[in-house]
Design a protein around this ligand. Structure first.
Ligand code: TLP
Length: 341
C-alpha cells in the first residue's frame, strides 16, 4: 500500500517505502569515515556498477554531490562551462565561486540542450590573459527546461567537443534515471559519455536522504576528501544508505508511472484552459494559469482546498509527479480544479 503524498511541489518530498524503512531498521552499521559501513560500501559499489563506473561516493545531497565532483575535476581559477539555467549555476548558492574559486561560462540551451558549436566557441584558447577551461557540466533531465531528457546522441556530442578540447565532463544527473526511462535506454548509455555523474536517491527514487557520485577511482578519491572537508563525512550512515540501495535497484522502473501521470495531468489541465508550457517528457508539468484569470494566490488556495500542496509564483508553477501520487489522485485533482474554475 503506497502512502499518499499529495504534493506537487517536487519529487524531493517523496517518503521512503515500507521496504526502505525496514532496510534502515535492519542495517548493519559501521563508521563510514573509516570505510567500515557495509551498507554505504554496498551502495557505492552497486551505484558504480549500475553506471558502468569504477567507484562511487555517498553524499548528503545533490548539491554536495555536484560540489565535490566539480571540485575534484578542477583547480582554483579554472573556467567551467554550464547551461544558463542549470541547477548548478542557478540553484546551488554560488558554491562554484565560493568553494572552487571557479569562473562560470554559461551557454543558452534550447530545451536544456547546448549546441556543441556554442560549447566549442566558449572554450578559452591558450592565451596569457585567459583562465583555462577544464570542465563541461551537463544536466539530464534538465529541470528548468521542463524535465527534458537529453538524448544519448546529444550526450555523445558533448563528449566529442569535450574530448577535442581536453575537458572533463560532469553530469548533474539528479534525475538521470528519469531520462533513461523516458528514452528507453540503459543509464549506462547516458553515463558512458561523461566522467562523473551525480544522481539523487531522494527524488523520484524515494530514498529519504542522499545522492551518489560515480566516476573514475582517482576523481572519486579526490571527491571523498572534499566531502570530508565540507563536513559530509558521516559515521553510521548505513541507516540512510540502506534505503538508497533499494532506490537504485528497485525503484527505477516505476518512474514510468510518474511520467504517464504527468501526461494525464498535462492533458487534463489543458482541457480546463490552463496552459502547459513545457514538453512533458518525464515527471514535470510547467503551467501558466493566467488564461483562466487566476493569480498564484487563487491557484494555491484552490490546491489547498483540494488537499494538495502546490506553490504558484507569478502566473505559473511547476507540478511534479512522484511516488505517493497515483493516477486516480490526478484524476480527482483535475475534477476538483475543473469545478473551481
Ligand atoms: N532541485 C530541487 C530544487 O532545488 C529546485 C527541486 O525541487 O527540483 N540538480 C538538480 C537538477 C536538481 O533539480 C536538484 C534539486 C539538485 C541538483 C540538488 O539536489 P539537493 O536538493 O539534494 O541538494
Amino acid at each position: 500500500m503506497v502512502e499518499k503524498n499529495l504534493d506537487f511541489r517536487s519529487d524531493t518530498v517523496t517518503k521512503p517505502t515500507p521496504e526502505m524503512r525496514e532496510a534502515s531498521y535492519k542495517a548493519v552499521l559501521g563508521d563510514d569515515v573509516y570505510g567500515d559501513d557495509p551498507e554505504v560500501n554496498e551502495l557505492e559499489r552497486v551505484g558504480a556498477e549500475i553506471f558502468g563506473k569504477e567507484a562511487g561516493l555517498f553524499v548528503t545531497s545533490g548539491t554536495m554531490g555536484n560540489a565535490v565532483a566539480v571540485l575534484a575535476h578542477t583547480q582554483r581559477g579554472d573556467e567551467i562551462i554550464l547551461e544558463k539555467k542549470s541547477h548548478i549555476y542557478v540553484n546551488e548558492v554560488g558554491g562554484l565561486a565560493v568553494m572552487g574559486q571557479l569562473m562560470s561560462r554559461t551557454i543558452d540551451g534550447i530545451k536544456g540542450h547546448m549546441d556543441p558549436a556554442d560549447i566549442q566557441a566558449a572554450v578559452r584558447v591558450d592565451n596569457i590573459h585567459f583562465p583555462p577551461t577544464t570542465l563541461l557540466c551537463i544536466e539530464n533531465t534538465h529541470n528548468s527546461a521542463g524535465g527534458i531528457a537529453l538524448t544519448v546522441d546529444q550526450m555523445k556530442s558533448y563528449r566529442d567537443v569535450a574530448n577535442a578540447n581536453n575537458l572533463g565532463v560532469h553530469l548533474d544527473g539528479a534525475r538521470v534515471f528519469n531520462a533513461a526511462v523516458a528514452l528507453g535506454v540503459d543509464v549506462k548509455d547516458i553515463a558512458k559519455h561523461v566522467d562523473t555523474v551525480q544522481l539523487c536517491l531522494s527524488k523520484g527514487l524515494a530514498a529519504p536522504v542522499g545522492s551518489l557520485v560515480v566516476g573514475p577511482q582517482d576523481i572519486i578519491d579526490k571527491a571523498r576528501k572534499y566531502r570530508k572537508m565540507l563536513g559530509g563525512g558521516m559515521r553510521q550512515a548505513g541507516i540512510i544508505a540502506a534505503p538508497g540501495i533499494i532506490a537504485v535497484t528497485e525503484m527505477v522502473d516505476r518512474l514510468a508511472e510518474d511520467h504517464a501521470n504527468a501526461k494525464v495531468l498535462a492533458e487534463g489541465l489543458s482541457k480546463i484552459g490552463i496552459k502547459v508550457v513545457n514538453e512533458v517528457q518525464t515527471n514535470m508539468v510547467y503551467v501558466d494559469f493566467s488564461p483562466i484569470g487566476w493569480t498564484a494566490e487563487d491557484w494555491n488556495k484552490a490546491c489547498a482546498d483540494l488537499g494538495w500542496k502546490s506553490r504558484g509564483r507569478g502566473t505559473g508553477t511547476r507540478l511534479v509527479t512522484h511516488y505517493g501520487i497515483e493516477e486516480e489522485d490526478i484524476r480527482g485533482f483535475l475534477e476538483g480544479i475543473a469545478k473551481l474554475v
